[in-house]
Design a protein around this ligand. Structure first.
Ligand SMILES: [Zn+2]
Length: 213
């Protein structure tokens, strides 16, 4: 049987939308623990500073930890020095609170600037690999219902097949409403839930195609 590996990923960050839940990350981590799922968390530095207990649990409970910047800016709008300063600041607090080195995993806020040469140079210089995603249910969109988020995420993952990388966030109420159902449906479709370091490097999208971004 062909492998069907799926990496569930979360951007752990300060929310900026109306349908968010604050301080509920422990529920998310409880659910992952109960279902025996190891996920990948891209952690915003300032979020880790604000929620150190949740950040520590992410590392302690065996999830893979990546860098999601410090200020959650669109990286290509930063100066050369600002880019590097932001990446280093995030790595410092992520290491302190998650107790994991986020290198080499990085995900750009909004996926913005992933194809920008200056951003790519800074990431390469600091040892990072950009990790974008293959599948999302747009859990950040308050106009969607939870059922719509779950169905779209599932359909996209199944259509992609082996190596699907699911983009989720730690704060939308939809994520909490759909997580257990999404995991159950993936498993019943034969998916093995993995962290992104268990995928082949060639399966990880690191830039957007023409017209993307
Ligand atoms: Zn983000």
């Amino acid at each position: 049987m062909r492998p069907f590996r799926v990496a569930v990923t979360f951007d752990a960050e300060h929310p900026d939308r109306p349908h968010h839940l604050v301080g509920h990350e422990h529920e998310l981590l409880d659910t992952l623990g109960e279902l025996d799922v190891r996920a990948t968390f891209f952690v915003q530095g300032r979020w880790a500073e604000a929620f150190p207990d949740a950040a520590r649990r992410i590392g302690d409970e065996g999830h893979l930890v990546g860098n999601h910047s410090h200020y959650h800016a669109r990286m290509h709008l930063l100066t050369e020095a600002g880019l590097r300063e932001d990446l280093r600041a995030a790595a410092g607090v992520i290491e302190r609170h998650c107790r994991r080195d986020p290198v080499p995993w990085f995900r750009a806020p909004f996926g913005a600037g992933a194809s920008d040469a200056r951003v790519q140079d800074a990431l390469q210089e600091l040892g990072y690999t950009q990790v974008l995603w293959t599948s999302t249910g747009s859990d950040w969109d308050p106009e969607r219902t939870a059922a719509h988020v779950e169905d779209e995420l599932l359909a996209s993952a199944l259509a992609h097949g082996d190596g699907a990388i699911l983009l989720c966030h730690t704060w939308p109420s939809h994520t909490y409403a759909t997580l257990a159902g999404t995991i159950a449906r993936l498993r019943s479709a034969g998916a093995q839930l993995v962290t992104v370091d268990q995928l082949d490097a060639s399966q990880i999208p690191s830039t957007w195609g023409p017209g993307g971004d």
